[in-house]
Every structure is written in structure tokens, then in C-alpha cells.
Design a protein. Structure first.
Length: 247
């Protein structure tokens, strides 16, 4: 029987709490350093309109939140996550780097922020872990100010073709073994490819975001290994969004 949204949320929270101490190391190793380039692209897109208030949701150990603050020192940056051990690491990293970022525990499906609190919201590799995508998008739209921007960096299902075939072998076999060996949690790194395979492809995520009230475009990164979706909060009754493009 399929897990309920509540059971999925509890499972994911436990899993990420367990792997928190090795999370950063594994991100670098398992992406061969590409995740840093992807995050920089997401930050550039998030900061295009000069937002003053930014929420980095599913912040994990704070990599994206800290990069946002370093890139836009004048902005108020909040990092939110539902795994306290991740947040503790994020706070230590912020202190070590002398960056002022407020990190707090929060549930993506019931955010503890008033309507229109942020000019931009970013999510890096966390959206697919949410128990209800539509409910999460509704919450994200709620906390964005009019004209606010949502940037979602995520792993879509592996691309097709020869590269996709090689990537699938790495993703399904090599990554879970290495990740489990280094982190001590084989279950967490079996979950990763499973969650990616089950995630909506880029066009389907674009449609979900448009349905939630965003004008949307997206970029495919590194031959489609990652994708970044950019949504602008539309006024009620506005026309549908923008075309996709790739890098």
C-alpha cells in the first residue's frame, strides 16, 4: 500500500536527519562538483530582479541560502527546512563565514510566514521530497509578494539517449552504493534514484506551476541531468507562461 503524505514526510525527515553530517561531502562527490555550478545558476536567476527578501526552502545545510547572501549582502535571506540536524550544520556554516542568514524549522505545506512575505523563493533539490506538490506550490505562491519569483532546481527523470543510459547505470547502481558506503545510510541513497524516477519531467512540472498561478520557463542543465524552473507569480486571470529553453 502506498505511503500517506504524512508517512512520506516523516520518512524523509528521518532520512535527511540521519545523513546530515555527510550531506555536503556526498553532494560534491556524487555530482562530481556539478551541483555547485547548478546552484550558482539558480542564484543568478533568483537575484535577477534584485529581491530584498528571499526564502530558501528545503535549505538543508544552507548551501544555497549562504550563496544567496554572499551574492546579495543587502538582501534578507531566510533558510527553512524540516530537519533540525541539517539546520544546525547550516547555522555553523553561516557563523564560520560571517554571513547573517536566519535558519528556522518549517513545513513546506504549512509555512509559518504571512502572505506576501518574500520577493523570491528558492528550492534546490528539495521539491521532489514534498508530500503534496500542488499544496506546496499553493503555499509558495501565498508567501510570495505580487510579481515574486520562484526558482526550483531539481533532478528530473534521467534523460533519454546514450548519455541517459550511462547516467541511469551510475544513478541506479553506483550512486546508491557510494552514497550508502560513505553516509552509512544505504536506504537514503536508494531513495534518491527512486524519488527522481518518480518526479514529474520538466514539462509536467512546468504545467503544475502554471496551474498554481505562475508564468514559467525552465532550463535543462548538464544534458538534462538537472533542471531549473523559474516561475513568476501571476495576477489572477493573467495569461499562461513562457516557453522553455535549455543550456
Amino acid at each position: 500500500m502506498a505511503a500517506s503524505p504524512e508517512e512520506k514526510a516523516q520518512r524523509v525527515r528521518r532520512m535527511f536527519s540521519e545523513i546530515a553530517p555527510r550531506y555536503d561531502l556526498l553532494n560534491r562527490l556524487l555530482s562530481l562538483g556539478a551541483d555547485l555550478r547548478w546552484r550558482r545558476r539558480a542564484v543568478a536567476l533568483a537575484l535577477e530582479k534584485g529581491p530584498r527578501r528571499i526564502l530558501d526552502l528545503a535549505t538543508g545545510t544552507g548551501d544555497l541560502a549562504l550563496l544567496l547572501k554572499a551574492s546579495a549582502p543587502e538582501a534578507e535571506v531566510v533558510g527553512a527546512d524540516f530537519a533540525p540536524p541539517m539546520l544546525e550544520i547550516a547555522r555553523k556554516k553561516a557563523s564560520a563565514r560571517g554571513l547573517s542568514v536566519a535558519f528556522q524549522e518549517a513545513d513546506a505545506l504549512a509555512l509559518p510566514f504571512p502572505d506576501g512575505s518574500f520577493d523570491a523563493v528558492t528550492i534546490a533539490f528539495g521539491f521532489r521530497n514534498f508530500a503534496d506538490y500542488r499544496k506546496a506550490l499553493a503555499e509558495l505562491r501565498r508567501v510570495l509578494a505580487p510579481g515574486g519569483r520562484l526558482v526550483i532546481l531539481e533532478f528530473p527523470p534521467p534523460p533519454k539517449g546514450a548519455f541517459g543510459l550511462v547516467y541511469r547505470v551510475y544513478f541506479r547502481r553506483v550512486l546508491p552504493f557510494l552514497g550508502g558506503l560513505i553516509s552509512g545510510s544505504f536506504g537514503a541513497y536508494r531513495y534518491l534514484p527512486e524519488s527522481v524516477e518518480a518526479f514529474p519531467p520538466p514539462e509536467a512540472l512546468k504545467a503544475l506551476m502554471e496551474e498554481a498561478g505562475f508564468s514559467v520557463r525552465y532550463e535543462l542543465l548538464t544534458f538534462g541531468v538537472a533542471a531549473v524552473h523559474v516561475g513568476e507569480k501571476k495576477a489572477p486571470g493573467a495569461a499562461r507562461g513562457l516557453d522553455s529553453f535549455s543550456l
